[in-house]
Design a protein around this ligand. Structure first.
Ligand SMILES: [Zn+2]
Length: 195
């Protein structure tokens, strides 16, 4: 057996961007600041390409950061009417109770493990084949049920069904109206006042 020697490189990239939103419900324009931190990885096999692996880690991190800053969003509701925009609703649903999804994945991994144990047992003493096989099937059912349950719960989630005043409070944590944002930019661009 030939040993595999490898060196892994990781690189972290951070950035922020202003996201401009026109509310789909009331047409109010507002702005919020979105920050992201991502990690890129690169591998050098047998230490033959360390510099290349480091560059790959950096370029992957920068590429992923750029992608997220352009396409991602934060769930920041309209600060006038409290409406979560369509992409924000999708974001909330995609992140809703993710622990149930990962629990389901854990059961599916256990399913595979029990199936392998049953397979191994079939060449051994054959005493526990039924138990391992049953455990594998049970884990498979629980895993798939958990994943489907989370998907159904996320599908039935309506972020805009909570009281509007509660959402407006969330909206005012970070963003500002487009007019206020543009005024602040003009003041910053004109520099300190001269006496
Ligand atoms: Zn609105």
């Amino acid at each position: 057996m030939i040993p595999v020697i490898q060196k892994n490189y990781t690189c972290t990239a951070s950035g922020e961007v202003f996201k401009f939103v026109e509310c789909e419900n009331c047409r109010f324009k507002y702005v919020y600041r979105m920050k992201r931190t991502v990690r890129g990885e690169g591998t050098s096999f047998y230490l033959l390409d360390n510099a290349g692996a480091e560059n790959r880690a950096r370029s992957r991190a920068e590429s992923e950061l750029h992608n997220q800053l352009i396409h991602d969003c934060d769930p920041i509701p309209c600060l006038k009417c409290g409406w979560y925009q369509a992409n924000m609703q999708a974001k909330i649903r995609s992140e809703y109770r993710l622990w149930i999804f990962w629990t389901g994945i854990g059961f599916l991994i256990a399913m595979v493990a029990f199936a392998l144990m049953a397979y191994t047992e079939s060449y051994g003493q054959k005493k526990l084949i039924t138990e391992f096989f049953s455990a594998s099937v049970a884990c498979g059912f629980v895993g798939i049920a958990a994943i489907l349950l989370r998907k159904l719960q996320a599908f039935r989630l309506h972020p805009n069904s909570t009281p509007a005043k509660d959402r407006i409070v969330i909206g005012k944590w970070n963003p500002q109206s487009l007019d206020d944002f543009e005024n602040a930019q003009k003041i910053a661009a004109s520099g300190p006042e001269q006496n």
